[in-house]
Ligand binder design. Structure first.
Ligand code: HEM
Length: 443
């Protein structure tokens, strides 16, 4: 048998610090720059080493082969803010938690929430005034927060509390990449940033503890996730979840739901606002579909172009990095990855690979049309992941985004406020620096 090949380093490494300077210098393009013709490369950030998969088939395998790969550093760092929630668990524990939560995300449950999504969207955009600039990124965040809190937790919080929660989640997302690739000492130093972060997480915990206390004090039946968490039992011991465990699950679900959905919806609005041709098609479709009556769950399937706009948004604006850890020595592309190694993949780099998507930086909803999407190789498009950890909230997220975008399209012409400069900001899921819109009412 030939000896296993050594793994080539990604370009841009320097002695001792490895790829850390390159990541700090250009965080947004770093993972795309590490994408070479090699299917697997090595990257290092001081003492932290990572094998990085470029090839879609490998990226797919890393997600589905749970015999070889477990949750790794990324999810451990994320979970350390919260406890040991579903998103960070593995094996039997993961299966149990996922089974318990699944009913809340079924098509039937999401269907029941569609009118709440339309209502929240209409309430929010009904308050917009012609000629007045709207901070659309904040509007989309507030909208998604209201929808998720209502749908999953039957809860309405004050706007100030929602803002506070959003702020904490934003800080967690922004720090996550740094916490994954740099040694722990960097995030435990008593710097003003680290102290602000700890205070913000503390406030977040207090808010959720208060909700749990209220619910325990008034135990009338609710059909929501909080109820599921309060009534679920450990499979081995039969014991209920402690308040700390409930809090951990609650916070993690909020994080998984809010950050992703609101950021993606803001990106979709941004892309539509700067492309009159796309906006025109979106509006025509929304008008046709709503001509027969209000936009209920059953009509959403007719919004095919709206869905293409969302799918293309999720391609172009994907997360930077996920990781797993090798449970034993694993051979990937002829290279032996030793047990315990961290193995990563960048959805952003794969989704922007010119070999898979010609002119990858261009926003082109036609490339996600159902007939063009079929000839993509496995692992080339995975906005919600794949395998046993595939996003549990996918249907809720797509329903929220489709409903909100179509509702917007029926009411307003969207335009970016003239003279504004909008940047992409660094985070584990890159954000818009701001999204000032100058909407005008449609006819
Ligand atoms: C546009 C919106 C969303 C995107 C792009 C997204 C993306 C993802 C991705 C890529 C994963 C897989 C991570 C991995 O393989 O390690 C994931 C997992 C997960 N997502 Fe989402 N998500 C979105 C919305 C939501 C919503 C609305 C919820 C609802 C609470 C949610 C809850 C979760 C949970 C709990 C997991 C972990 C599942 C498991 O490990 O079994 N996500 N998401």
């Amino acid at each position: 048998m030939p000896a296993p090949a050594p793994c080539p380093p990604a370009p841009g490494q320097v002695p001792l610090l490895g790829h850390a300077p390159a990541l700090l210098r250009r965080p947004l393009s770093f993972f795309e720059a590490t994408r070479t013709a090699e299917p697997l490369v090595r990257v290092g950030f001081g003492p932290i080493r990572l094998y990085l998969a470029n090839d879609p088939a490998l990226v797919h395998r890393i997600q589905v082969d749970t015999d070889s790969f477990e949750r790794g550093r990324f999810f451990e760092r994320l979970a350390s803010n919260f406890g040991n929630p579903l998103i960070a668990s593995d094996g039997a524990e993961h299966q149990h938690q996922r089974r318990a939560l699944k009913p809340a995300f079924s098509r039937r449950s999401v269907r029941d929430h569609t009118s709440a999504i339309t209502e929240e969207t209409e309430r929010r955009i009904g308050a917009w005034r012609p000629g007045t600039v709207v901070a659309a990124d904040e509007e989309m965040s507030d909208l998604v927060a209201a929808v998720v809190l209502r749908s999953l937790f039957s809860t309405r919080l004050s706007p100030t509390t929602v803002r506070d929660i959003r702020e904490t989640l934003f800080l967690i997302a922004r720090r996550l990449l740094v916490r994954t690739v740099f040694p722990d000492i960097v995030s435990s130093l008593p710097t003003p940033g680290n102290r602000r972060f700890a205070a913000s997480v503390g406030r977040f915990h207090t808010t959720v503890d208060e909700l749990i206390r209220e619910r325990r004090a008034n135990p009338r039946p609710h059909h929501d996730i909080l109820q599921t968490l309060l009534t679920t039992r450990h499979p081995a011991t039969g014991a209920p979840l402690s308040d700390t465990e409930i809090r951990s699950e609650f916070l993690m679900l909020l994080f998984a739901a809010l950050e992703t959905t609101s950021t993606s919806l803001s990106w979709a609005v941004f892309e539509v606002a700067r492309r009159p041709d796309v906006q025109h098609r979106l509006q025509n479709e929304a008008d046709t579909v709503t001509a027969g009556g209000p936009l209920g769950y059953d009509r959403l399937k007719n919004l095919t172009y709206t869905r293409q706009v969302i799918d293309e948004t999720l391609r172009l604006h994907a997360p930077m990095l996920f990781t797993r850890r090798a449970r034993h020595d694993v051979t990937l592309a002829g290279i032996t990855v030793p047990a315990g190694s961290e193995v990563g993949y960048s959805p952003r780099a794969v989704h922007r690979d010119p070999g898979l998507y010609p002119h990858p930086a261009a926003f082109d909803p036609d490339r996600t049309a159902p007939d063009s999407a079929t000839d993509r190789p496995q692992g080339a498009y995975f906005p919600f992941g794949t395998g046993p950890h595939r996003c549990i909230g996918e249907h809720l997220a797509l329903t929220t985004m489709t409903t909100a975008l179509a509702t917007l399209a029926t009411k307003w012409n969207l335009r970016i406020a003239p003279g504004t400069r909008i940047r992409e900001t660094n985070s584990s899921l890159p954000h818009l620096s701001s999204l000032p819109l100058l909407p005008t009412p449609r006819g």
